[in-house]
Design a protein around this ligand. Sequence first.
Ligand code: NAP
Length: 334
Amino acid sequence: MVRALVTGATGFIGFNLVKRLREEKWEVLCLVRPTSSREKMEKLIETGARLYPGDLSERKSLENLPTNIDVVYHLAALLDHSVREYEPFYRINVLGTQNLVERYLNSGIRSFIFVSSIAAIGLVETGSGLLKEEVKCNPVTFYGKSKEEAEKLLLSYSREFNFPVTILRPPTVYGPGSRLSEMIEFVYRKVVNRRPIFYADRGSALTSLCWVGNLVDALVLAAKRRCTGELFHVDDGRPYTHREIVWTICSALHRKPIEIFVPSTVLYPLAFFNEAVGKLGVNISGLSREKVRMLSTSLALDSRKAQEHLGYKPVSKLGEYVREFVQTYFRISS
Ligand SMILES: NC(=O)c1ccc[n+]([C@@H]2O[C@H](COP(=O)([O-])OP(=O)(O)OC[C@H]3O[C@@H](n4cnc5c(N)ncnc54)[C@H](OP(=O)(O)O)[C@@H]3O)[C@@H](O)[C@H]2O)c1
């Protein structure tokens, strides 16, 4: 029986991973913070997983973790974009990762699998192509910067100590309990109140998404195939345009959106003006040049390496997930 340790098991992706590993009859141990939600801990226990208290940023607390583990899945992270300084991201996402690696460095584990993020790449112009793993990163958020630093740290452990690191880099992950619900609610409020949806340019900028089941598949495959020192992009196997995502949501809501297309050449000066008056304490629209760049720039992944090397077979469940969500929360059936 494979024995796995999962960090971040009380989180959205971690819980889905634990359920799958238990279905595969793996023995699962979870690192959980004592402050974590009781309800989530109980749900983990119901799967048959065993919990170990600890906090990644407190090195000593990791000494409770057993070392006779085959696979470590490291998913725990600080993702909260409302945190306005780098230190907490560095402490949890970078130093926390290092603390965990140090715990397992000489323990003989087979794989240490890290879930990074597309945020590590940041803002890079995709053009018409998709981003491969070798892309030069340009993270623009503290979260993204910490994920990139953690990746570099892990790859250096892999090079210097032959530590069996594999990194998966997903975009926004969707499924029950995911943050995509905020996007669905945003579009819902707009269409119900007959308010327009603004797109930068034609809304044709590309973005990647990953169904949580795809990511869990890739995580299981990564442990089975063992690709030390490798980084893999994982997504739904194809990108979506911003407009397509809005239309997928509207179609589940049986509503047509009122759409307004604004060229980014118009949005940039508006954003510049807004930032300038913002310095005087007046914020008119919340528009910033960074926002315009995010809305008008494609950021889409190429997951063919994972498909070729891991046998990863992604599927798109976006329409299905959105329909289920609107059925559950807005009582709108198909
Ligand atoms: N969700 C996405 O769209 C997405 C996209 C790309 C990459 N990722 C990556 O996927 C991973 C999981 O994301 P998620 O959405 O499942 O996150 P999540 O729901 O916010 O869960 C985060 C998890 O990390 C744990 N954690 C945070 N700080 C910790 C610490 N100091 N010590 C131990 N545990 C700590 C949390 O425990 P508590 O219960 O105690 O808070 C929770 O279990 C992250 O590494 C994230 O960067 C996520």
